[in-house]
Design a protein around this ligand. Structure first.
Ligand code: ROI
Length: 159
C-alpha cells in the first residue's frame, strides 16, 4: 500500500455534489482504501471568466500502479460528465494525482509530484490538513516551505 494524495476540483453542475460523488467512487476503487478527505474550499478560477471552483484533497491508500490509478480517475471524471473541450476550461470534475508514495514519476501521461501544486493554495492548504506537517515530497521539497511561499489568499473554507 502507498499513500496517494488526490486533488479534486469542480466548477460546473453543483460542484460540492460532484466532489461527494467522486469521493464515493474513490472509496470503491479496488485494492484501495479512502483514508481521509480535507474540507471543501471555494476560490475564483485561475483562468478568468469561469465559475468559482470547489476544491478538496483526498488521501487514498492503494496498491494500484500509478497508471492504473490514473485510468481509474479518468474513468470517474468521464462518468461524471467531464468533457475535454479546452485546456484549462470549466469542468464537472478534475482528479489529479498530487503525490504517490515517495515516487517521482515522469511519464507522458503522468508527472508526480503534480506540476502546479506548489503555486496553488487550493491544493496546498487542503493537502496540509491531511499530510504530516513534516511531509517531504519525493523531489526533496518540504510541504512546509511550499505553504510558506503560497499565501492563504482567495480561499474560502466551507463548513
Ligand atoms: N482554479 C481554481 N480555483 N481551482 C481549480 O481547481 C482550477 N483548475 C483549473 C484552472 C482553470 C487552472 N483554475 C482553477 O484547471
Amino acid at each position: 500500500m502507498e499513500r496517494i494524495y488526490i486533488g479534486m476540483g469542480s466548477n460546473l453542475a453543483a460542484p460540492a455534489e460532484q466532489l461527494r460523488n467522486a469521493l464515493d467512487a474513490l472509496a470503491q476503487l479496488p485494492n484501495s482504501r479512502l483514508a481521509g478527505v480535507s474540507a471543501f474550499y471555494q476560490s475564483d478560477s485561475l483562468s478568468p471568466g469561469q465559475p468559482r471552483y470547489t476544491n478538496a484533497v483526498a488521501a487514498l491508500d492503494s496498491s494500484l500502479a500509478p497508471l492504473a490509478l490514473l485510468d481509474a480517475l479518468q474513468a470517474i471524471e468521464h462518468a461524471q460528465g467531464r468533457e475535454r473541450l479546452e485546456r484549462w476550461g470549466p469542468r464537472t470534475l478534475d482528479l489529479d494525482i498530487l503525490l504517490f508514495g515517495n515516487r517521482l514519476i515522469d511519464e507522458p501521461r503522468l508527472k508526480v509530484p503534480h506540476y502546479h501544486m506548489q503555486a496553488r493554495p487550493f491544493v496546498l492548504y487542503p493537502l496540509a490538513e491531511l499530510a504530516p506537517s513534516d511531509l517531504q515530497l519525493a523531489d526533496g521539497r518540504h510541504l512546509r516551505d511550499l505553504l510558506d511561499a503560497c499565501p492563504f489568499v482567495g480561499l474560502e473554507r466551507l463548513a
